[in-house]
Ligand binder design. Sequence first.
Ligand code: PGA
Length: 254
Amino acid sequence: MRVIITDSYERMGLEAANIVAGQIYLKPDSVLGLATGSTPLSLYRRLIAVHETVGLDFSSVTTFNLDEYIGMEPDSPHSYHYFMHEHFFDHINIAPENIHLPSGTAEDMAAEGRRYEDMIAKAGGIDLQVLGIGRNAHIGFNEPDVKFEATTHKVALDEETIKANARFFDREEDVPRYAISMGIKTIMLARRVILLASGAAKAEAVSKTLCGSVTPKAPASILQLHQDVTIILDKEAAALLPKEIYGVRIDNYG
Ligand code: PGA
């Protein structure tokens, strides 16, 4: 694992954007795995800026998002389909047919999971997967006590996740209780992974991910076994890491 510690949320996004843009420059038809939530917004803003200023070309890029709420219509403002269009896809030159998210309204979620996995395989697999992390160390919606061997499947959301995501809804009761999510196996098969985390609320999850045992109780800890992971943090999210952590690059932009 490589660890990059930056001094701010915006710098975290900048570091991540450099990696994603480099991936696309080197392989214009890259397959990206993408994440929703507050964390990747600075990454998406920066990529949009690179597209607008120096023409980073997304026309041959294919994307697969990690997850979607079950029961959520794609055009609902709470859906991850909507989120991705609003914050990223509508601002770059990606081909609509190259955008993929699992369907939250499929009748048969097991079949939808298989269909999604088939599409990823047909696209050649994921070259670079972007991840956030939950306070409980979930990645995608793979909550504690996850089965590491799972591929895209229906998941029940943890109470902690429901509380954390309530900020996007009028009332906590409105947060969906189920989602369809890429599994840990899907994520582990990506050739490269970048995980972003920002803020003190993520510090414990980050510490468990990097320094704890590999355990289904901290789903992101499995990334210790991935061959190409870069963890990009702001200093608040890095606060509980030991100073001597291996492979760290601390950027002092001050
Ligand atoms: P957040 O969510 O970026 O909104 O904190 C991250 C996650 O739950 O994976």
